[in-house]
Design a protein around this ligand. Structure first.
Ligand SMILES: [Zn+2]
Length: 323
């Protein structure tokens, strides 16, 4: 099975047809399984989520939670896609530090990145959660409940979620949050993966957590609030900043090469759609040619499922720009 990363509602529903649990929910343990910690720098760690869709084995865990050790406590970015995933992240933090979690940053409103807030808050209720104003508005509204219910459904009720736990505070482009000896600078360059993305810089470590503005080895849907052009511009911006480490929302961290690889995919897709739009092809007619143009990415997880929706989304973007 090819999995889709960064679930959008359509993607998850589409995956239901191919997902088969290998064991019953009753037989599965209550806690989410532990995933490995990976060191990025002496004070920045990441847990790589699997590329699978949410299921009763991974408990909805599929993204890259980031752990930052500061002199004033632990900071977490995107603590997983379920309450049980958030509890797993807390267990992994315990192997690095005895300090409490004091802050959580959420990169955007897709639930596979913020539903873990609830699990972290169960142990550290004082932790302050930050997100973009657009993200907070969505999660506090119907989207929050929709994500919570959807992940419980996809995991056969094993995700452990009881209540929507969104940001306590909002922040925006240029904000700097100082926590102990560490500064976190917030970047929002306009609509990219969504219209509510924030990217978080750990200033003294030259680390940028990109959320889903960058992906490595796995594709996901671009929904109606996404912008191919804006996503490419965001990657051009981060390349100029010359960070040492880029941590994507899904897939392995790396240097500028991982940014270039995903940028090349989006750019090839968008320029091909633009060219064929100018030749009066419909989105359906141009799909085979676009598929050939981006065939270098066919082994990325989710490729088969998202290519069609990506072509349709890019087509609408090109059409809107033409008027
Ligand atoms: Zn996403």
């Amino acid at each position: 099975m090819r999995a889709i990363t960064c679930a959008a509602f359509g993607a998850v529903v589409m995956c239901l047809g191919v997902w088969q649990p290998s064991r019953s929910a009753e037989a599965a343990p209550i806690a989410a399984p532990d995933y490995s910690l990976h060191r990025v720098t002496d004070k920045v760690y990441v847990i790589y989520g699997p590329f699978d869709v949410p299921n009763s084995e991974n408990r909805g865990f599929r993204n890259n939670p980031v752990i930052v050790l500061t002199s004033q406590g632990v900071v977490v970015f995107d603590p997983g896609g379920s309450a049980h995933a958030g509890e797993m992240v807390v267990r992994k933090i315990g192997t690095l530090s005895k300090d409490p979690v004091v802050a959580i940053f959420n990169s955007h409103a897709h639930g596979d990145h913020w539903l873990g807030n609830e699990g972290v808050k169960r142990t550290y209720p004082q932790a302050v959660i930050y997100g973009h104003p657009g993200m907070k508005a969505l999660v506090d509204g119907a989207e929050g409940e929709r994500w919570l219910a959807m992940i419980e459904r996809l995991t056969a009720g094993t995700a452990g979620g009881k209540k929507v736990t969104g940001p306590d505070k909002t922040l925006n482009n240029g904000d700097v949050i100082g926590i102990g000896d560490t500064s976190f600078r917030i970047h929002h360059t306009g609509p990219a993966h969504t219209d509510n993305d924030i990217m978080i810089e750990v200033v003294d470590q030259k680390v940028l957590f990109t959320g889903d503005v960058v992906r490595n080895g796995a594709l996901g849907l671009m929904e109606s609030d996404a912008s191919f052009k804006g996503n490419i511009a965001a990657m051009d911006w981060m390349a100029k900043k010359k960070f040492k480490h880029y941590i994507p929302g899904h897939g392995r961290a790396g240097g500028i090469e991982i940014v270039r690889a995903y940028r090349a995919y989006l750019d090839k897709l968008l320029t091909t759609v633009k060219k064929l739009y100018a030749e009066n092809l419909s989105d359906h007619e141009m799909k085979p040619a676009v598929l050939r143009a981006v065939s270098a990415y066919k082994d990325w997880a989710g490729f088969d499922e998202v290519l069609g929706p990506h072509v349709s989304r890019a087509y609408l973007e090109v059409e809107a720009a033409a008027f």
